[in-house]
Structure formats: structure tokens, C-alpha cells
Design a protein around this ligand. Structure first.
Ligand code: CP
Ligand code: NVA
Length: 304
């Protein structure tokens, strides 16, 4: 069994296998209709979620498993029980644990104490399940991933980090355009650059908003202020507008470029209605694909 705390936990072959399996499951959901029969998955959310929570819960149910959704406020965790003890106990009831949390260290601590494999449903550092769903969406639209250019405009955040690592493993060119001071984490950038060099891809970071989307096959953005950064929202709204994904940005990309957003979107801030609702947008497929990829991720973690 395997923890899935970071895209960097995967080899390039394992990522390919996850994507191929996700596509097969999407084409034939019945093929995994009993794959989790009698298997419980505990899901602990310390931050809000619409897509991740629903897709995991439905994924477990559609594979005949038992999904247990937990939030900090209704657990003893919220009253001081340690994360480690919570992991030890949950491992006695559930075969896998999914955690959405703040620091990546909380995922590491839970995984260190729990006997059950732990899957990251997002931390401040990374959003690995999102990146797997995103690569499935890109594959559906563009075919092979290697050689594609993905421009990420906006905050060098958890979603960006996971995309950098997943794109690097897939031989893609990931170009991040962000305001100075909002670049991706240096360690993640260094690791992504290393992985990209090994797999024929490239990682670029620029503060030039026009250089970002130029000629790109995929233009991606995410919120300017992530969960936990609400107090910075106003300051961020002052510096991020040049990095908005709008019709002008899309016009710089390849004519057949697709526009992506992990959602939730703040319409009129990081992305305009015309792009989100326009013909190049694939955001609803992205959201749907979370369901299919969550199934493959759970089966990977459980070695089924
Ligand atoms: N994209 C994503 O993870 O959305 P949620 O926060 O709604 O889960
Ligand atoms: N970067 C966003 C992603 C939400 C799915 C956040 O962390 O809030």
C-alpha cells in the first residue's frame, strides 16, 4: 500500500499508469463497481471542499466501499486529540485515510502514525489529486502530454506546485507567470526542474504576464488568495490583475489552446466569464475527471 502525499511520490511510469487506469475507469465504471467492497475510507477535511470531498465520497460509493466523512469540528481532533492518535485509531476502522489540511507536515505526521495509506486531498504546499485529474483532462483534449506547453498564470500555490511536478514528470513545459513575491516555492521549483530535465520537459518562471501564455497549449489559473490566505486577499487583488486569464491572454496562446481552472473560480478576478464560459474552457470536464481519477488514486494507494 502507498501513501500519496505529493506528486513526487510517483515515478513517471506510475503517473502514466494512474492516468491510463483513470481513463479505463471513466470508460467503464462497472469494471471497478465492487473494487472496494467492504473497504472503508476515512476522509478528514480541515478546510472546505466541494469537488474533492464529493468526488472522493462518490468514488468510494461507486466502488462499493464505505466513505466516512469527518471534519475537525465534529472530531476529538478539534478538542485536542493528536493527529497521530487520530491516525492510529482511524487505521483500525478504515483501510485508507484521505486528508485535506494546512501544512504538508500534517500529512507527513498522519502518514507516519497511521497504518492505513494516506492520500492528500490538498495542503498549503500541494494539490496532487487535482494535478492527476488535470492531466487526464489535458490528455483527452491534446493526446500525448510530452512536449505540450502549459502556462500557469497567477499565484505560485499548491495547485501550481502539483502541476509543475506532474507536468515535469510527463515531459511538459510548465511556464509559471506570477507577480514578484508570489513565485512557486523554491524547493518545489528545483525538484520540478530536476524531474523535467530527466523527462524531457522544462520549468520556467517569469514575472512577465505576456510571456506566460505566449504560444501555450494550455492556459491555467487558480485563485489569487487560497484557503487560509483570506486576510491577504485585498493586497493580492492589487498586484495580480495583469496575470488575469482573459480574452487578451487567451489570444496570445495557441489558437487551439484550452483554458483550465481547478475551481472554485472568482469570476472577474483570476479569470473572466468570457473565458470560463467560453469555447476554450474545459473546467467542467476537469471537475468531472476528479471522480474518475480519485477512483484510480484510491486503488493505487490500496494496491488493488
Ligand atoms: N478543485 C478543488 O479541489 O475543489 P474543492 O476545494 O471544492 O475540493
Ligand atoms: N489554491 C486553492 C485551491 C482550491 C482547490 C486553495 O488552496 O484554496
Amino acid at each position: 500500500m502507498r501513501d500519496f502525499l505529493s506528486i513526487a511520490d510517483l515515478s513517471a511510469d506510475e503517473l502514466v499508469n494512474l492516468l491510463e487506469r483513470s481513463a479505463k475507469i471513466k470508460a467503464d465504471p462497472q469494471s471497478v463497481a465492487t473494487a472496494l467492497a467492504g473497504t472503508a475510507v476515512a476522509m478528514l477535511f480541515e478546510k472546505p471542499s466541494t469537488r474533492t470531498r464529493t468526488s472522493f465520497e462518490v468514488a468510494v460509493g461507486q466502488m462499493a466501499g464505505i466513505a466516512v466523512i469527518l471534519t475537525e469540528t465534529d472530531m476529538q481532533l478539534g478538542r485536542g486529540e493528536s493527529l497521530e492518535d487520530t491516525g492510529r485509531v482511524l487505521s483500525r476502522y478504515a483501510e485508507a485515510i484521505v486528508l485535506r489540511t494546512f501544512g504538508q507536515d500534517r500529512l507527513d505526521r498522519l502518514a507516519g502514525a497511521a497504518d492505513a495509506p494516506v492520500v492528500s486531498a490538498l495542503s498549503d504546499l500541494e494539490h496532487p489529486c487535482q494535478a492527476v485529474g488535470d492531466l487526464l483532462t489535458i490528455t483527452e483534449r491534446k493526446g500525448a502530454l510530452a512536449g505540450l506547453t502549459l502556462a500557469y498564470l497567477g499565484d505560485g500555490n499548491n495547485t501550481c506546485h502539483a502541476l509543475m511536478l506532474a507536468g515535469a514528470l510527463s515531459g511538459m513545459r510548465i511556464r509559471v507567470a506570477c507577480p514578484p513575491g508570489y513565485e512557486p516555492d523554491e524547493r518545489v521549483s528545483a525538484l520540478a526542474a530536476e524531474l523535467a530535465a530527466a523527462h524531457g520537459g522544462a520549468i520556467e518562471v517569469t514575472d512577465d504576464p505576456a510571456a506566460g501564455p505566449a504560444g501555450a497549449d494550455i492556459v491555467y489559473t487558480d485563485v489569487w488568495a487560497s484557503m487560509g490566505q483570506e486576510s491577504e486577499a485585498t493586497a493580492r487583488e492589487a498586484v495580480f490583475p495583469p496575470f488575469q486569464v482573459n480574452a487578451a491572454a487567451m489570444a496570445l496562446a495557441a489558437p487551439d489552446a484550452i483554458a483550465m481552472h481547478c475551481l472554485p473560480a472568482h469570476r472577474g478576478l483570476e479569470i473572466t466569464d468570457e473565458v470560463l464560459d467560453g469555447p476554450q474552457s474545459v473546467v467542467w470536464d476537469q471537475a468531472e475527471n476528479r471522480l474518475h481519477t480519485e477512483k484510480a488514486i484510491l486503488l493505487f494507494a490500496l494496491d488493488r
